[in-house]
Design a protein around this ligand. Structure first.
Ligand code: CMC
Length: 426
């Protein structure tokens, strides 16, 4: 018997099987040979929500959820957040290596070269009601953007892909800022090539308002984008890969990933946390709120994670970054509620037994709010941060010979064949 194999005995038939173990895992398809009758389909793994299914091999991001470790291409997130910039991190995620100085210069100038959104986009964005949710607008306008670049569907053309990667990273913040200005009835502020990525974004939102563009706030914005840049096979990255596997243009795949991010259990949690803290309203109301959480009437938003069973390293870093921001903006009144909520929750059995700790979204919204960004825009910021990560996952998918169109199986639980009944007989 080979050592790197798994012996399975099927007690229904008494038959034994040797399944190869590769890198600690078995291939789900190898289970297909296990069947009682030859005409059966064969055994599958039933894994709703993919809790224990690896759908790809990836070298982009590493997470050790038990020990609170997150690395992009091997580099600890804390070092990148401290020393790097969002665009350098984007290049790292895409290429696998930190760029040299010449490579970085070229990358920064390419991003600037592709930052002119097509003329029609402004009208499309202005056609949305001013009170639309910005994520709905962003999903639609990213998809719309793709229609201006018909060659983007040539996904076997590496040069074309590179251009569209640059366009998406450069233009998603522009779409977001255009809608923000439209929603407030303000003039559009075009991108300014003399500014860094994050400074330019804040400028497009706040039109040179010096208070809101304080260098410490620009730095904080860049740090938050880095912390959100990738997170291996999360819900939206999986959607990016699933959509990408049917080979549409990358704008369509990013639009679908953005839609997946929108939900309150994923990127939408940052918005939900702020709403929750406002509803709690005072530290005196925390015990009754936590009582409702334990009765499962509500969730403690910004807590819990599928992968982290200890403190989310991004949340740890954000908590530190918050101090720098609050030094400039003054403290956020909701911070006291958040800190008290965290300390009480972390000492209660309900949270201890389930390993529930603050995640990236618990404190990020407090920073954004203090920076003057309206709550519905929070998930838009997550999208800007995550776009390079989605594109790195997409790149990897395109180059992975083992990947085909994503197409899960099901365990059918419906009726056997039955005859159509006329409406008068039902
Ligand atoms: N508040 C209260 N109870 C919770 C929470 C929470 N935030 N999260 C998990 N639980 C409970 C859950 O009810 C379950 O209890 P039981 O064992 O009694 O049934 C147990 O903890 C295990 O939770 P689960 O729902 O099986 O865990 P999951 O891996 O399916 O869900 C999650 C992960 C992030 C969706 C969930 O923790 C959650 O809904 N959190 C709140 C939303 C949130 O903050 N999302 C942002 C995630 S981080 C940003 C990102 O990358 O998207």
């Amino acid at each position: 018997m080979s050592k790197d194999s798994l012996s399975i005995k099927d007690n229904r038939t008494g038959k034994s099987y040797e399944i190869e173990i590769d890198d600690g895992n078995i291939k789900a398809k190898d289970l297909r040979q296990i069947k009682v009758n030859e005409d059966e389909f064969g055994m599958m793994c039933y894994d709703p929500s993919y809790e224990n299914t690896a759908a790809c091999k990836s070298s982009v991001t590493f997470i050790d959820g038990d020990n609170g470790i997150l690395r992009y291409r091997g580099y600890p997130i804390e070092q990148l957040a401290d020393k790097s910039s969002q665009l350098e991190v984007a290049k790292l995620l895409l290429d696998g290596e930190l760029p040299t100085s010449d490579e970085l210069d070229k990358w920064l100038s390419d991003i600037k070269e592709f930052n002119n959104v097509p003329d029609g986009i402004e009208n499309i964005i202005k056609s949305f009601p001013q009170d639309s949710h910005p994520m709905g607008v962003l999903i639609s306008s990213i998809a719309a953007l793709g229609t201006f670049y018909p060659n983007a569907k040539n996904i076997t053309d590496e040069e074309e892909n590179y251009k569209n990667i640059c366009r998406l990273i450069a233009q998603v913040p522009i779409l977001a800022a255009y809608f923000y200005r439209h929603s407030k009835g303000l003039n559009i502020v075009p991108p300014d090539d003399s500014m860094s990525y994050s400074e330019n974004f804040l400028n497009m939102l706040f039109d040179g308002d010096e208070k809101k563009m304080n260098p410490a706030l620009v730095d904080a914005m860049d740090t938050l984008l880095i912390l959100h840049a990738d997170h291996e096979q999360n819900c939206s990255a999986s959607v990016m890969r699933n959509t990408g596997s049917s080979e549409p243009d990358p704008f369509s795949s990013v639009a679908s990933a953005t839609a997946a991010l929108y939900g309150p259990l994923h990127g939408g949690a940052n918005e939900a946390v702020l709403e929750m803290l406002s509803d709690i309203d005072s530290v005196d109301n925390i015990p009754s709120f936590l009582d409702k959480v334990q009765k499962k009437e509500v969730k403690l938003m910004g807590f819990g994670h599928r992968v982290y069973k200890s403190y989310d390293p991004r949340a740890k870093f954000i908590k530190k970054a918050a101090d720098n921001v609050f030094e400039i903006t003054g403290t956020n009144p909701l911070l006291d509620i958040a800190l008290k909520l965290e300390s009480i929750a972390l000492s209660e059995d309900y949270f201890i037994q389930r390993n529930l700790y603050p995640n990236v979204d618990f404190y990020s919204g407090l920073i954004y709010e203090s920076m003057g960004i309206p709550t519905p825009m929070f998930t838009v910021l997550f999208t800007i941060g995550r776009t390079p990560g989605w594109l790195a996952q997409w790149n990897e998918l395109l180059n992975d010979k083992e990947q085909k169109i994503a197409r899960p199986r099901q365990v059918y639980t419906g009726y056997d064949s039955r005859d159509y009944k006329d409406i008068s007989d039902r």
